[in-house]
Each structure stands twice: as C-alpha cells, then as structure tokens.
Design a protein around this ligand. Structure first.
Ligand code: GLY
Length: 319
C-alpha cells in the first residue's frame, strides 16, 4: 500500500478526501495533514474545531492543536490560542523549532503574529447561541457543563513511507479559561513514528492524559500488534486500571495507522465515527461500537450520513 489516512469523526471526510488527492500524486504526509485539518478548522458547522468551535465559560474560543513529523519525532503544539484562523498551520511551523515548540496563550499568539499567520475572530453567532443555551440549561436544569469536545485527529502515510499526525480542537465546551486538554500533548492526544505508525485520540482529555494512550498504541504496534489489536488492548487495559482504582472514566475514542497503511480503532462510546482512505480504498466514513472490549465498525449508512448533515446545521433558537 502506497499511501493511507485515518481520521477521527465524520467531520474529517472532506479534508481527507482533498488530502487524498495530494497523496495520490506523490505528495507528502505533512501537506496532507495540514490541508485536511485546515478544511475542518475553516468549516463553521463543525462545532468543536477552529472557526465556529465551542467557547469556554467566558464565551471565548480557545484552541489547541499539534503537528508531529514521524520521520524526526519533532512536534509543534499550541494551547489556548485565540483568534487565529488555522491552529494546525501554526503547530506545523512550531514543529520546525528546536526550542520553544509548545506555546500557550499569549506566547502562542505572539509567535503566530510574528510569523504572519492569519488572524480572525473565531466565535460565530451559532457558537454563541450554543453557549447561551448551555448556560441556561446548566442554571435551570442543573446539567453538567462539560459535554462536547470532539477533536479532529488525522494520521497520514505517504508513498515515501513518511508519516505525520495532526490534531485540532476547541477542547471541552465551557472549560475554564486556560484549560488545555490532551490534543496538544505528545503521547496523549497524538504520536507518530514513521518506523512504526501513529495514533490520535478524541474524548475527555483529562482521562486520555492519564493513560498516554497514543504513545501506548504506537508502543504496542512496535511490539508487533496490528493497529486494531493495539488500539483495543491499550484502551481496554487503561479502562481496567482506572476502574480498579475506583475512578470514573470519560468518553475516549482512538484511531491508529501503521506504516503499512493498516488502520485500527477503539472506543468506549456508541456511534463513534471515523474516516479511512488509501490507494486501494475510497474515502469512507465508518461508525463503530464496542462489544465487550472489542471494537467493531461498519460503513455509515445513507440514513446515518443524512441525519448527521441535518443535525450539524439544524437551526438554533435562544430567546
Ligand atoms: N480531547 C480534547 C480535549 O479534551 O480537550
């Protein structure tokens, strides 16, 4: 297999489709990752990434993201950056820095400005309406504020056998100002080594970071496990350990890709969707479930895809 990509969530579909054109003509995995994630960041109806991302408790959109080069293990990461259009491009630039490659808040914004990255107010009217509705529900119905944090994470393998991974997210809806999740944290939200493969996670960052799950999956693949076995084993073992300690566990889903282009997926939720594309496989959305520790998946049906498109654009009312 010459090239392949795997990504978290249905929202990655258009980006992966576009990036597959780059890879199919011999383009590199770094460009594929930046282009595919930029498409997700720019689309206003994906409410947990980039423009239109869900805000923190002060109604500010603070974005996290990362970019890792599997040939050198260099990574760049940003946390809590405000009002820059494409966090993934800033993370890519940071991955070329020998020092200061993980920047947060004002420091990340200064770096982005100095390096000419495009600024843009990232809060949309729609995200503001989501915020108002959630605030009212928290006050009136006593609902938990912390729900909804779907990170886009994509891994790419190119025809020269180079691998890259990227992540981008607005993080936990209603988070505290300055809260950073797993998505920009190497080994937790992402990891890739072109000699082995890569993994990337989505879900509750506070829990994903307890298990360094992306690194663990790459480590298991290096021991010879298939991406599917490595993903299931890492997640199952982590859940067992957390439960044995008497702690709760949040929602976690992970995708993995080895340097042969084979993918794996693990989840502890219903309806986790992901996207896979390769030289031999058209870009496809899958939906998966966990049956007693084993993740199974099937191609998303037309009904599922239609319901998804309708749901993300449905009108929001707040009065
Ligand atoms: N996984 C995204 C976050 O927890 O921020």
């Amino acid at each position: 297999m010459k090239w392949a990509m795997v990504a978290t969530w249905r929202m990655a579909f258009e980006g992966v489709e576009k990036a597959s054109e780059i890879l199919s003509v011999g383009g590199n995995s770094k460009d594929a990752i930046e282009e595919s994630i930029k498409m997700v960041e720019d689309y206003p109806f994906y409410k947990s990434v980039g423009y239109g991302g869900l805000p923190n408790e002060h109604c500010e959109v603070e974005l996290d993201g990362a970019f890792m080069d599997g040939d050198t293990l260099s990574f760049g990461a940003i946390g809590g950056i405000k009002d820059f259009k494409n966090p993934i491009s800033i993370a890519r630039k940071l991955s070329m820095e020998r020092f200061n490659c993980f920047l947060v808040g004002k420091g990340a914004e200064e770096y982005a400005k100095q390096n000419g990255f495009e600024q843009r107010p990232m809060l949309t009217k729609r995200a503001e309406t989501h915020y108002k509705i959630r605030k009212r529900d928290i006050e009136e119905k006593g609902l938990s504020p912390y729900d909804g944090h779907d990170t886009v994470g994509i891994i790419a393998l190119d025809s020269l056998k180079s691998m890259t991974v990227g992540t981008s997210t607005s993080g936990l809806f209603m988070k505290k100002r300055g809260r950073v999740g797993d998505s920009p944290v190497s080994g937790s939200g992402f990891y890739v080594d072109s000699e082995v493969g890569g993994a990337t996670a989505t879900g509750l960052g506070e829990d994903i970071m307890k298990g360094c799950l992306s690194y663990e999956i790459v480590r298991l693949m290096a021991e010879g496990l298939s991406p599917q076995k490595a993903a299931d084993k890492a997640l199952n073992e982590f859940i067992r350990r957390i439960k044995a300690k008497g702690s709760k566990i949040g929602e976690i889903s992970i995708v993995a890709l080895n340097n042969q282009g084979e993918f794996g997926v693990a989840t502890n939720i219903k309806n986790f969707s992901f996207v896979y594309s390769s030289e031999k496989h058209k870009t496809t959305v899958y939906v998966c479930e966990n049956h007693e520790g084993e993740t199974t998946y099937e191609e998303a049906s037309e009904e599922w895809l239609e319901a998804y498109s309708k749901r993300i654009k449905e009108e929001l009312f707040f009065d």
